[in-house]
Design a protein around this ligand. Structure first.
Ligand SMILES: *Cc1c(COP(=O)(O)O)cnc(C)c1O
Length: 219
C-alpha cells in the first residue's frame, strides 16, 4: 500500500487544531491496523457495534490507555454491555435509552461520558433528537441524575454541499450554546465530522471528529 496509516494520520492532523480530538473509527478494520494507529499516537478509537468491539477490545487489552468510543446506534438490549465496555457513548439518541442508561449506570457503577445525538437536518435514515424534541425532553433528562452528559453529536445526511454542511454543523454549536444558557453547563463537546466533512466540522466548532475510512480504508 502506498500510504501508511501513520502517513494518513499526519495528513489529517495538519488540517485540525491540536485541541480537536481525533477519534479513529476502527469499526471496519483489523486489530493490526488499530495497533499501527496506536503506534502513531492515536489513543481514541470509535466502534459502532457492541459485540464486534468486545472482540477487538479483548485482543487489544494490552494497550491499557485506549479510550473507547461507542458511536453507532445503540439497541436497548445492548445498552448494558455498551456501558460496561465504553468510556464514551456518542449515540444517546432517545429518552427511553437515556432512562435505561441512568438505571444501568447506577447498577454497574460505571459512568461513561455521554453525548446527545441530534438531527438538525431532515434525514429519515438517521436517529437523534430534533431541536424541538430535545427541548421538550429536557425536563425528563434533567431528572436522570446519573447521566454524565457532556455534549452533542451529529451525523449529517448524505448529499449536502459544503455550505449546507457548515450551516448544519453551526446549528449544532448554537444548540449547545442554547442548552448551556438553559443551565446545561456541561454541554461543551461537539462530536461532528467524518472522513468526507471533518474539515468543515472543525471550522464550525467541532471539538471531536470521527474519522474512519480516511485512516483505515484498505487496511
Ligand atoms: C462509520 C462512522 C464514522 C466514520 O465514517 P468515515 O466516513 O469512514 O470516516 C463516523 N461516525 C459514525 C457515527 C460512523 O458510524
Amino acid at each position: 500500500m502506498s500510504q501508511t496509516i501513520a502517513d494518513r494520520l499526519n495528513q489529517i492532523r495538519v488540517n485540525i487544531p491540536p485541541q480537536v480530538k481525533l477519534v479513529a473509527v476502527s469499526k471496519y478494520t483489523t486489530t493490526e491496523a488499530v495497533r499501527a494507529a496506536y503506534a502513531a499516537g492515536v489513543r481514541d478509537f470509535g466502534e459502532s457495534r457492541v459485540q464486534d468491539s468486545k472482540i477487538k477490545q479483548t485482543e487489544l487489552a494490552d494497550l491499557t490507555d485506549i479510550t473507547w468510543h461507542m458511536i453507532g446506534s445503540l439497541q436497548s438490549n445492548k445498552a448494558r454491555q455498551a456501558i460496561a465496555q465504553f468510556d464514551w457513548i456518542h449515540s444517546l439518541d432517545r429518552l427511553s435509552l437515556a432512562s435505561q442508561c441512568d438505571r444501568l449506570i447506577q447498577e454497574l457503577g460505571k459512568s461513561p461520558k455521554l453525548l446527545l445525538q441530534v438531527k438538525l437536518a431532515e434525514d429519515p435514515h438517521k436517529s437523534g433528537w430534533t431541536e424541538a424534541e430535545l427541548l421538550a425532553d429536557l425536563p425528563q433528562l434533567e431528572k436522570l441524575q446519573n447521566l454524565d452528559i457532556v455534549g452533542l453529536m451529529t451525523i449529517l445526511p448524505l448529499g449536502l454541499n459544503g455550505d449546507q454542511a457548515y450551516e448544519v454543523f453551526s446549528r449544532v454549536g448554537e444548540l449547545a450554546a442554547k442548552l448551556r444558557s438553559l443551565g446545561w453547563a456541561n454541554i461543551q463537546e461537539l462530536s461532528m465530522g467524518m472522513s468526507a466533512d471533518y474539515a468543515i466540522a472543525v471550522k464550525a466548532g467541532a471539538t471531536m471528529i470521527r474519522v474512519g475510512s480516511q485512516i483505515f480504508s484498505g487496511y
